[in-house]
Design a protein around this ligand. Structure first.
Ligand code: FAD
Length: 297
C-alpha cells in the first residue's frame, strides 16, 4: 500500500492530508467517483481522535437543539448509509437522558424535540434489516426511568428521554475498512508521512497545489502535487494553514469542539464536551480549571 514513488509520479485530482475517519472517507468517496486520489497520514490510519471517540454513530438529535435541521437530516442519512453498507460494524444502542424539573430540559421540551425528530427522521430505517431498525425516541415517566436505568440520580428526577443511535462494535476495523476500500478503488495511501508545508501554485500563490511531506520512516522529503488538497488533519488543522494564514490573513486558530474527562461526583470518570466556534477564553479557563483538578501532578 505504501508506495512513495507513486505519490510523486503524477498530479492527483485530490490529495487528502490526514488519515482519520474524515480523511479516509473523503478518499474513499472521491476514489469511487473515479478521481485519482492520494492520502498521507503522519502516524497510523485512524490513530488520532478517530481512535479515542465514544463509538456512537449518532443521528444528529443534538442539532435539533439549535434547530439545525439540515445537519440533523444529513446525520440521519449518513447514519442509515453506514447501517446499510457496514451492518456488521454497528448495532442499535438505547440512550437515556435523565430529565429533571426544568423549563429548557424538561419533559415538554424533549417531547417536542422527539416530535420534530419523528418528522425529520421518518426515513431513518428505509432499506435496513429488522435487526438495524431504530425505534423512535420517547419520554418515559419517573417509575420506568428508575426501573430501566437504576443508576440515575433520583433527586428531582421526573423521567427520562430515551432515544436510539448506533454504536460501533470494532471502530478501528470500520476505520481501516475505509482505507482498504479507498485503496481498492485506486487511491494511493501512505502512513507515517508528515505533511510539513503546503505547496503553492507558482502562477497563483494563493492556490494550494499539493504538499511537501517528510517520510517518518526513511527521513526523505517529497512533493505531492494535486489539483485539490483537503486538509483533514483534525485538531492539527491550523498547523498546515499557518503559513497561508500568515501570508493571506486567513482566519486564525479555531476549534469546533472540546471533550475532556474528569472525575464525577461518584469518583467515576465522565466525559464533558464544549462546543464553540472558537476556543473562547471562558472555555479554555474551564478546561484549565477542570484539568488541574482531575490530572495527577
Ligand atoms: C472524547 C471524544 C469522544 C467522541 N465521541 C464521538 C462519538 O461517540 N461519535 C462521533 O461521531 N464522534 C465522536 N467524537 C468526535 C470524533 O472522534 C471526531 O469527529 C473524529 O474522530 C474526527 O476525525 P478526523 O478525521 O477529523 O480527525 P482525526 O481522527 O484526529 O484524524 C486526523 C489525522 O490527521 C493526522 N495528521 C495531523 N497532522 C498531519 C500532518 N501534518 N500530516 C499528515 N497527517 C496528519 C493525524 O495523525 C490524524 O490521524 C468524539 C471525540 C472525542 C474527543
Amino acid at each position: 500500500m505504501r508506495d512513495l514513488n507513486r505519490l510523486t509520479g503524477s498530479t492527483f485530482d485530490v490529495l487528502v492530508v490526514g488519515g482519520g475517519i474524515y480523511g479516509l472517507t473523503i478518499a474513499y468517496d472521491a476514489a469511487q467517483r473515479g478521481l485519482s486520489v492520494a492520502l498521507v497520514e503522519r502516524d497510523d490510519f485512524g490513530s488520532g481522535a478517530s481512535f479515542n471517540h465514544l463509538r456512537t454513530i449518532h443521528g444528529g438529535l443534538r442539532y435539533l437543539q439549535r434547530l439545525d435541521l439540515a445537519r440533523a437530516r444529513q446525520s440521519i442519512r449518513e447514519r442509515r448509509t453506514l447501517a446499510r453498507i457496514a451492518p456488521h460494524s454497528v448495532r442499535p444502542l438505547p440512550f437515556a437522558l435523565p430529565l429533571y424539573r426544568s423549563v429548557v430540559r424538561g419533559k415538554s421540551v424533549m417531547r417536542a424535540g422527539f416530535l420534530l425528530d419523528r418528522v425529520i427522521a421518518a426515513g431513518r430505517n428505509r432499506g435496513l434489516a429488522a435487526s438495524h431498525r431504530l425505534p423512535a425516541g420517547r419520554v418515559v415517566g419517573r417509575g420506568t426511568a428508575v426501573q430501566r436505568f437504576p443508576g440515575l440520580k433520583r433527586h428531582g428526577l421526573t423521567g427520562a428521554a430515551v432515544f436510539y443511535d448506533y454504536v460501533t462494535i470494532e471502530s478501528d476495523r470500520l476505520t481501516f475498512s475505509y482505507a482498504l476500500a479507498a485503496a481498492e478503488h485506486g487511491a494511493a495511501l501512505a502512513n507515517h508521512l508528515d505533511a510539513i508545508a503546503p505547496l503553492t501554485d507558482p502562477a497563483d500563490k494563493r492556490r494550494v497545489a499539493g504538499i511537501r511531506a517528510r517520510d517518518m520512516v526513511g527521513g526523505r522529503e517529497l512533493e505531492i502535487k494535486a489539483t485539490v488538497t483537503v486538509n483533514a488533519t483534525g485538531s492539527a488543522i491550523d498547523r498546515l494553514l499557518e503559513p497561508l494564514a500568515r501570508k493571506h490573513s486567513a482566519a486564525g486558530p479555531r476549534s469546533d469542539g472540546t471533550c475532556f474527562s474528569c472525575p464525577g461526583a461518584n469518583g467515576q470518570s465522565s466525559v464533558r464536551g464544549s462546543r464553540t466556534g472558537r476556543s473562547t477564553p471562558a472555555t479554555l479557563q474551564m478546561i484549565r480549571a477542570i484539568s488541574s483538578r482531575s490530572l495527577p501532578n
